[in-house]
Design a protein around this ligand. Structure first.
Ligand code: B12
Ligand code: SF4
Length: 453
């Protein structure tokens, strides 16, 4: 190891789900590979209130007190709702280290290319656009002090706002073979926080044996609220995926969450993947579109060690399904949830409220669908959120004007009860969200088969 260190942060964010910061882990793995120490401070993984800086400043202080090596890089990874607190975090870091150069990347920048035009971003020094980013070249440039303007898809602030290197957005070449990068999960010091809301076996998280990977990035569907489509699809080359799975089990991993937007999409590839997973003697979970499973597929998944599937059900009302662009009939939903559970696989479903054309009747139809599913399942209520890059953003822009990417987002406590709630932009006020949530709690009380997550 050299005497240099890279500090990697996520902003404080009271997210309901404590997934791993995969982008940061990829960066850390590359720094580590060339002998540079890394410290990952995943403030999003703790249930920290961003509005109480004393709750997270202390964590940042500890890092600056403990780090002995020369800091050669400070980076923050953010989603759109985390942007405001990314700026707060960067400001705080600069009180600790005045000459810090802070770079940002992550999902917010999949579709935002005029980032510097906003004066509030002044505290940030460079930004990485999208996920088509050459990590190896970047890390090398940082280590050797090479001019970062040579790295594609990266934009650097010059001394004044507006004076910057021109953005260099490279389109993704669909024919390129994408090797799945190696991720060293051991660089994440404590994996106990990552329990996947009870879906990972407790022993696995307590013994740091959990991992989270995506074998495919992006999605071919285009549900109105979702940004997964906006940055193209990367299907990692299957041989490299299989190799990575071997390495993970050698690292001692015994539970994997496959965070592909929808795990069962590419049938033949998926079948080969399942065959491999079966040999590994691990438990795993995934998320999937519910119309992409059937009995034989579910059986294959179960036999390969699948213990949990999360389905995006969204609504029981056809007018909402039509609006969001996910028209899966209730009969398929009921049937496939039951089939999954009957095969011994735990089920979680997400339902979405606050869609612009929501009505009393559509809410009731969703509640009815939930009650009609006659098996135990976990229920994750979500609230229609407008994120950059989605079709919802275009609607919003036409109807209400441009999204305010930094301050236009909800901060009230009630939004934390929903996935895609806190920190997002909504069509409805928090009072409405409160009413909806109290009805969901009533539903839970009256239905012993559901557990809210
Ligand atoms: C894993 C995941 C999570 C995990 C971990 C998130 C994290 N911090 O990494 C958990 C479960 C915590 C999570 C939570 C949330 N998520 Co999420 N999540 C994902 C998921 C499934 C995969 C993301 C991923 O790891 N991609 C792979 C990595 C390699 O890509 P990447 O992070 O973009 O990193 C690349 C580059 O951006 C770059 N990079 C990234 N960070 C940095 C930093 C620096 C300094 C540099 C130089 C480069 C760099 O390097 C990487 C390699 O190219 C995506 C959906 C998808 N399949 O893409 C949604 C997604 C990113 N999540 C989303 C949302 C909305 C959320 C939540 C807001 C939900 C909620 N309300 O609670 C929270 C926000 C949490 C937060 N901290 O801000 C949206 C983001 C929309 C948006 N415009 O921001 C997505 C796209 C899902 C969707 N379809 O809408 N999420
Ligand atoms: S909601 Fe699911 S199916 Fe729809 S676009 Fe997003 S990832 Fe794809």
């Amino acid at each position: 190891m050299s005497n240099k260190v890279a500090l990697l942060f996520t902003p404080p964010f009271p997210s309901k789900f404590t997934g791993m910061p995969i982008g940061l882990l990829q960066l850390a793995t590359e720094f580590d590979r060339i002998g540079i120490e890394t410290v990952i401070c995943d403030l999003s993984s703790n249930d920290i209130n961003p509005d109480k800086p004393e709750e997270w400043n202390e964590d940042v202080d500890d890092i600056f007190n403990e780090v002995k090596n020369e800091i050669i890089f400070i980076g923050i990874s953010t989603s759109s709702p985390g942007l405001r607190d990314t700026i707060e975090l960067a400001k705080y870091i600069k009180t600790k280290k005045h000459d810090a150069i802070i770079g940002v990347g992550g999902s917010h920048f999949y579709s935002i290319h005029d980032f510097w035009n906003d004066k509030r971003t002044e505290v940030l020094d460079f930004v990485v656009y999208g996920r088509h980013f050459h990590i190896k070249d970047f890390v090398n440039a940082i280590a050797k002090g090479i001019d970062l303007s040579t790295i594609p898809n990266l934009s650097i602030r010059k001394s004044d706002i507006g004076k910057k290197f021109p953005k260099q957005i490279m389109d993704y070449d669909v024919d390129t073979k994408h090797e799945m990068p190696f991720i060293n999960f051991e660089l994440l010091k404590d994996r106990r926080n990552y329990r996947y809301e009870g879906t990972a076996p407790r022993w696995a998280s307590e013994e740091n044996q959990v991992a989270q990977i995506s074998t495919v990035l992006g999605c071919i569907f285009e549900c109105r609220f979702c940004v997964s489509r906006s940055n193209g699809v990367i299907k990692y080359d299957l041989d490299s995926v299989l190799k990575r799975l071997d390495e993970l089990t050698k690292q001692g991993v015994r539970f994997i969450f496959f965070d592909d937007p929808t795990f069962n999409l590419y049938c033949e590839r998926n079948r080969l993947l399942l065959r491999k997973i079966k040999q590994l003697d691990i438990e795993w979970g995934c998320q999937s579109r519910i119309d992409l499973v059937d009995k034989s597929k579910l059986r294959e998944m179960k036999e390969a060690g699948c213990t949990y599937i999360f389905y995006g059900v969204e609504s029981g009302a056809s007018k909402i399904k039509k609006y969001i662009g996910k028209e899966i009939p209730n009969s398929i939903i009921k049937n496939n949830v039951k089939m999954t559970k009957d095969l011994g696989i735990k089920v979680g479903i997400s339902v979405i409220f606050g869609v612009p054309n929501e009505s009393e009747s559509s809410i009731q139809q969703t509640f009815k669908l939930i009650n009609d599913i006659e098996v135990e399942m976990m229920l994750s209520p979500s609230f229609y959120a407008v994120y950059p890059g989605s079709r919802a953003e275009k609607d919003y822009q036409n109807e209400r004007g441009k999204l305010n990417y930094i301050e236009g987002y909800s901060r009230e406590k009630i939004w934390r009860e929903f996935d895609d709630g806190y920190g997002a932009c909504h069509y409805y006020p928090p009072e409405y969200a409160k009413q909806v949530f109290s009805r969901i709690k009533e539903l839970e009380k009256g239905n012993k088969k559901i557990t809210l997550i």
